[in-house]
Design a protein around this ligand. Structure first.
Ligand code: AP5
Ligand code: MG
Length: 217
């Protein structure tokens, strides 16, 4: 078993890239944002606690997120792709301890770099499939669905995430800027850390990421 990591700010394209990578390389997609949004929509105990924190663009506490991830990893057997996790140095260190105890190998750490001035428009214009099992990602301008507000893949209505407002985006960037440097410094020292230019079109970013996965297979 192996885990790969996608790092990057809100709207950098982690979800967009992850959805294609899991298909191409038969990985299991583990997005902590998706797991938490699912908990919120089901009204679980964690969901009830996380709802307001997420809508405000703040981070859910490390212990809760680590707990969700480690529970999910117990059910996995093949390679896993993390999207949105780890997000703090504490999460990275807790993950390293868990992987070492479970003898799970660390794979590629791809850091998708996109300057802040690109990100707000990506986030505010995003629309996501409301069917969690599908979760396809659209954008009103960059990637509009064929029929307005309807998912091309499963026909479910699209939704605007509660944290995809300009105000919540600013708070998400603050959370990112407050935690990312030490996290990046931690992974930058590792042999499998690679930077990816995330400014170009999604398909061009995908080509670059695929090359990295092929080199690091
Ligand atoms: P999460 O769901 O992880 O959100 P995020 O990190 O803010 O990232 P996004 O999902 O907004 O962006 P993305 O990088 O996936 O971009 P996407 O591909 O969709 O987390 C949400 C919340 O959950 C957090 O704020 C926190 O509260 C909580 N949480 C989650 N994980 C946590 C953790 N580990 N610890 C604590 N709390 C946690 O693309 C965005 C848009 O841009 C789309 O419309 C897309 O079509 C478009 N797009 C994508 N790529 C391109 C491109 N190359 N060019 C142009 N447009 C593009
Ligand atoms: Mg995402």
């Amino acid at each position: 078993m192996k885990v790969h990591i996608l790092l990057g700010p809100p709207g950098s394209g982690k979800g967009t890239q992850a959805k294609q990578l899991v298909e191409k390389f038969a990985l299991s997609h583990l997005s902590t944002g998706d797991i938490l949004r699912d908990a919120v929509s089901k009204g679980t105990e964690i969901g009830l606690r996380a709802k307001a924190i997420m809508a405000a663009g703040k981070l859910v506490d490390d212990d809760t997120v680590n707990g969700l991830v480690f529970a999910r990893l117990q059910d996995e057997t093949g390679a896993v792709l993390f999207d949105g996790y780890p997000r703090t140095l504490q999460q990275a260190e807790a993950l390293a301890a868990f992987l070492s105890a479970q003898k799970i190998e660390m794979g590629l750490v791809a850091d998708i770099e996109v300057p802040e001035e690109f990100l707000e428009a990506r986030v505010v214009g995003r629309r996501s499939c409301s069917n969690n099992a599908c979760g396809a990602i659209y954008h009103l301008e960059n990637k509009p669905p064929r029929a307005e507000n309807v998912c091309d893949l499963c026909g479910s209505p699209l939704k605007h995430r509660a944290d995809d407002t300009s105000e919540a985006f600013r708070s998400r960037m603050e959370a990112f800027n407050a935690t990312f440097k030490p996290l990046q410094a931690y992974y930058r020292g590792m042999a499998n850390y690679r930077r990816v230019d995330g400014r170009s079109k999604p398909e061009e970013v995908f080509e670059a990421v695929v090359e990295l996965y092929q080199e690091n297979a």
